[in-house]
Structure formats: C-alpha cells, structure tokens
Design a protein around this ligand. Structure first.
Ligand SMILES: O=P(O)(O)OC[C@H]1O[C@](O)(CO)[C@@H](O)[C@@H]1O
Length: 176
C-alpha cells in the first residue's frame, strides 16, 4: 500500500497544494456604512482557498478568517455574494470564533444563522450569503463550493442586505 501525505491541511490556517491567500483591507471595500476616520489599511478578512480544479463537478475548498474588528461600530463582515450559478450550493463550517451567517433570498428577505465552533451551514444556491464576526476572536469558517458556482457581487450591490450588525461598547449586537 502506498501511503502519501494529505495535499491540504487545516492548521491554524489552510495550507498545502494550490492554496492561495487573499486579503481584504478596508480600502478595498465599499460595503461598510461609514468608514470615515478608520485606517484604510485595516485588514478585515483573509481567504485561504484552493480553487484551481476547474473541471465540471470539482469542488473548491477555502478558509475565511474574519478579524474581530469593527468599522465605526459595524461588525467585520465579508462583501457577500450570490453565486452566478444559482444551482450551486455551498457549505460553511465554523471552525473557530463566533458570528453570524447572513442569508438573503431573491425577494430581499434576510435572516441570520448563529455560527459557533462546529456549526455547519448549508447555503442553497438561491441565497445571497455574508459572514459577520460578532465575537472577540477571529471567526474561522471552512467553505466548500462547486468550481462552477461563480461570484455575483453586482446583484448584491443592486439589492443590498437590508440590515447591518453593530457591536455596542458593552459587546451587544444591534441591527440597524
Ligand atoms: O467574496 P466574499 O463575499 O467577500 O466572501 C469571501 C469568500 O468566502 C467564500 O464564499 C468561501 O471562501 C468565497 O467564495 C469568497 O471569496
């Protein structure tokens, strides 16, 4: 029997064959309500992903890591998107930290699922999705989605998520 090491590994991060890291700083975003006076170089989140298996039927795997920072009170969150292919679902698996998975249907109705270490979230292709870190440590979410899904950001810009999560000085979450 030939035994070989696994090509990918979750350590604190995701490492291994084909993994590419991308980083989102405040200056790369336009989806926070008010970023005035906040350091434009503030790192909001990082994505470590293997997305090089282009063949139909293949899967991407990633780790999104959102820092416990706020932007004038607004919780750190991903840009959020629909899939271009609305038949393509996705799984999110919270591996660390606490937060919310904000979901929105095609009519603009939104709700959130609690994310805690171990929680597993199935996202049907017809729902827009955004991660929000509501905790005091990094929110780490492993993600698996079809290579044919694509990201549709324009659709979220045309119909934004209707509510935003803010953290009060007492650490409470308020929706506005
Ligand atoms: O692209 P967004 O909406 O900022 O989300 C961050 C990442 O999370 C994923 O859903 C999984 O890593 C990617 O598709 C996406 O790049």
């Amino acid at each position: 029997m030939k035994v070989i090491p696994a090509a990918l590994k979750h350590t604190d991060l995701l490492i291994g064959e084909g993994v590419v890291k991308s980083e989102k700083r405040l200056k790369d975003t336009s989806f926070f309500a008010d970023s005035a006076g906040v350091d434009p170089d503030l790192v909001l989140y990082e994505v470590y992903a293997r997305t090089d298996q282009a063949k139909e039927g293949e899967l991407n795997w990633g780790l999104s890591l959102l820092h416990p920072v706020t932007v004038n009170g607004e919780c750190c969150m991903t840009r959020g998107h629909w899939h271009e292919n609305t038949d393509a679902a996705e799984y999110y698996w919270c591996v660390g930290g606490t937060g919310l998975l904000l979901l929105m249907d095609e009519q603009g109705h939104a709700w959130a699922e609690e994310m805690v270490p171990g929680s597993l979230h199935h996202i049907p292709g017809v729902l827009a999705h955004r991660l929000i870190n509501t905790g005091d440590e990094d929110l780490k979410v492993a993600c698996c989605w079809p290579t044919t899904a694509g990201h549709d950001y324009a659709r979220v810009e045309a119909m934004p998520f209707p509510q935003r999560a803010y953290k009060t000085e007492e650490g409470e979450i308020e929706w506005k």
